[in-house]
Write a protein that binds this ligand. Sequence first.
Ligand SMILES: [Zn+2]
Length: 269
Amino acid sequence: MLKASAAAVDVVRRPHRGITFLIYHRVGAGNGGQMDLPLDVFEAQLDWLRDTQRVISLDQAADELSSCVGAEPGVGPGVEPGVVLTFDDGTTDWVDHVLPALERFSTPATFYVATEFVDEGVPFPSDGRPLDWVAVRELASSALVTIGSHTHRHLLLDRLPDEQIGDELDRSIELLSEHVDRPVAHFAYPKAVAGSPAADAAVRSRFRTAVLAGTRANRGGADLYRLARSPVQASDGSRWFHRKATGGLGAEDEMRQLANRVRYRGITA
Ligand SMILES: [Zn+2]
């Protein structure tokens, strides 16, 4: 119902084209949640993306978005439409299912790791088994993979005291740098909630890009620290997935954000 309403809004308020970032969490973990896609569904998505879209790495998207700056911020002249795949958190299905599928379809993706869960073996919600560092290194060894930070403890950066923000980011960068032999240049805000002004400044001084939600394509000249992403859900089916991958269904996100503001009130992680 929400998706159908959002699609109806797209008819009136046509989504603009640009580079769409998709948010995934788990694949084939079998927890039956909205953020856990069955493996065959994920593979069908990769198959469709390969045949119909231009799937690019996050660094390439950042290069392209920043090289076509228009008269107004975020409304630059046509960036070539494309899709970037991103994964949040750090569960074992990333090496068990996601990496082999990406390699089968030669599709690049970015993985944002909440490092405390990996470093201390803390389970994620809904029985999410965390990767260990051996698995993170295996993931990072693929030329298709970019590793980013998702904070250390998965804390919401709109409510963390200013003096703790730097440590939260630096601990994550330090651990990832220690285990992954590449610079950690990209960041995803936990639960896609934008940070406080202090968090925004801390993120800008440490990373090249940062991603939120928003369910729309990013246009040329977009703020690289407020990149919009579109969450892929198990209930999307191919019809809604195709719309999201091309920048549609923004109204679904607006309604969800409204609900989340109520749900996450008073919560810090
Ligand atoms: Zn997360």
